[in-house]
Design a protein around this ligand. Structure first.
Ligand code: PLP
Length: 402
């Protein structure tokens, strides 16, 4: 594989864009449309469109099997899944959670009148730091809420241990974790309860949707009840509930995409390898790697722009946009810097790892929209910018494009 010459003019400086169509982060990879149409038609034929329909039940069974967990409850989205799980567990007071996550993780707790307490994350896995949790835990702490960011398991053993010692639940936001594993098993049966997202931008998508998984049968029953207004059957209401039900069209799409999910993960793995090959040894740029030996979906392809690199993260994002690559900057800023949290008394806490990661990470396109060959070309362009960063930065300054 030849290295690109140094003098390739970036599209931002008037060169020809690398791609003639736009590549996105989180563009849905869909099963063949004929398969989707057929399953949706089956729901139309039955006139059973929601309320625990046969497609929702099939999705739950297949995901429970896949995740090796006894209870899997489909919900309308992961945010409602987190809310219902927190409520079914009777959590009160403060919830310890990482600041480096999607804002929805924190909002789910805040929405219930709980108080999110933001902790820093670990460099090693970008997940909740157990040392931070141990430091911030008090009698007011009602739960720990960890996140498997990018699908890499957070420090589940240490967090399970802290939760057990304090007699509080450990909820795991597994929104990114379909197709990912830890310690030889799929994620989904750790902590007290795990919550997956099947949102359109996620690796496995059902348009909107989520899965709540647990090994606790009584908890699973409460979650099923609360998902449907607390109604166990026609003539009874046994607790307060909400409407968090998944509909049949979503389940149809989820099932079709599930049929092709292993192939998609294999494709994403090839994309990752192509990016990694192109970027190996490039100064200032480091691809975030899965933990050795653990199953990984490679849905998120995360590039770290090391502090001190000649071109910073935001410059790279601008350069990429001109090449028709819509890279993203998840999660910027950290949750502690978003409202309503930043305006709390005392202002946002100091969370150095979160702040650094929110300034130095970017996500690259994955999924069926691009081939491994194209990923390699994109990786080579980034590698070229990495190797000739000072020169490109100088040209951007000259052009007033910094
Ligand atoms: C997407 C996401 C959510 C929310 O999922 P929805 O299904 O859209 O409600 C929660 N947490 C994280 C980390 C996410 O990325």
């Amino acid at each position: 594989m030849a290295t690109e010459p140094a003098d390739l003019t970036p599209a931002l400086l008037g060169g020809v864009p690398l791609f003639d169509r736009t590549l996105y982060v989180g563009r849905p990879s869909m099963a063949p449309e004929a398969e989707v149409h057929a399953r949706i038609q089956s729901a139309l034929d039955r006139r059973w469109l929601t309320n625990d329909g046969p497609l929702v039940q099939e999705l739950e069974h297949r995901c429970a099997e896949r995740l090796q967990v006894p209870h899997c409850i489909a919900v309308a989205n992961a945010t409602l899944g987190l809310e219902v799980a927190l409520r079914a567990l009777g959590v009160q007071g403060e919830v310890l959670l990482p600041a480096f996550t999607f804002i929805g993780t924190a909002h789910a707790a805040q929405w219930l009148g709980l108080t999110p307490v933001f902790c820093d994350v670990r460099d090693a896995d970008h997940g909740l730091d157990p040392a931070e949790v141990a430091r911030r835990i008090t009698p007011a702490t009602g739960a720990i809420l960890g996140v498997h960011l990018w699908g890499r398991a957070c420090a589940v053993e240490a967090l399970e241990d802290i939760a057990r010692r304090h007699g509080i639940p450990l909820i795991l936001d597994a929104a990114h974790a379909m197709g990912c594993g830890h310690a030889g098993r799929p994620l989904g049966s750790r902590g007290t309860v795990e919550v997956f997202s099947l949102h359109a931008t996620k690796g496995l998508n059902s348009l909107e949707g989520g899965l709540v998984t647990t090994t606790d049968e009584a908890l699973a029953q409460r979650i099923r009840l609360m998902r449907n207004f607390g109604i166990p059957d026609e003539d009874q209401v046994s607790c307060v509930g909400t409407n968090a039900k998944m509909n049949e069209f979503s389940a149809a799409v989820g099932l079709c995409n599930l049929d092709h999910f292993d192939d998609l993960c294999a494709h994403n793995h090839r994309l990752y390898e192509a990016y990694a090959t192109a970027l190996a040894g490039v100064p200032g740029l480091r691809l975030v790697a899965p933990a050795p030996g653990e199953a990984f979906s490679h849905h998120y392809i995360v590039l770290e722009v090391l502090p001190g690199a000649a071109l910073d993260r935001d410059q790279l994002v601008r350069l990429l946009r001109a090449e028709n690559v819509y890279a993203r900057r998840y999660f910027r800023p950290g949750c502690h810097r978003g409202e309503p949290y930043r305006s709390r008394p005392g202002g946002p806490p100091s969370l150095p790892v979160t702040d650094r990661l929110s300034q130095t990470l970017l996500q690259l396109p994955s999924g069926r929209q691009l081939s491994p060959d194209e990923a390699q070309r994109l990786g080579q362009r980034l590698a070229n910018w990495g190797r000739h960063g000072a020169e490109v930065a100088a040209r951007l300054r000259e052009a007033g494009a910094t």
